[in-house]
Design a protein. Sequence first.
Length: 192
Amino acid sequence: MGCLAALAGLLPLMAQADVRPLLAPTRDVTVEYEVSPEGRVPVGIRVAIQAGGARLRITSPELPTTFLVDRPAGEASILLPMLRAYSDVKIGQYDPERSILRGAHFARTGHRHLAGHDCTIWHADSAEGSAEACITDDGVILRGTASSARRGELGAITALRVSYGALPADDFAIPPDFQPSPFKLDKLVAPQ
């Protein structure tokens, strides 16, 4: 799940300079991705992203958890619906802005059409690693790969479906009937 957290961190990054792509969606969007962590079986995930990329909700029919991300706080809540429990974890160290993309040089390298949308291929290199992503003009990542100078290849994400539409604020909140988990769930997001 640590790889999933790192790859998911690529999804909502904020643009900071004119030579960088827009890395956060300009409107609410839900994207169904295939996530392929390096050396592991691909997993299907659904990522709901608020406009601006500050909050994400990640679910998967293949995983028993829901992952709520609050990027400005550098935190996430892991929800276990079957137990009506959650655990909060710090995830700031997985934010690519603080690692792979810190001080990165970006370059446009082409164009593609993926999941029914046009996107521009961007390549980023830094002392921490590299990444390549195909990103729509409104900031949705349709395909992405990342490599860490320290850990090697991290894997890839590929969008299968993209749906725009308003997302309720409650989708990004811990349900009121959930209780703090009696055991730590942070191993679910730690690097493997």
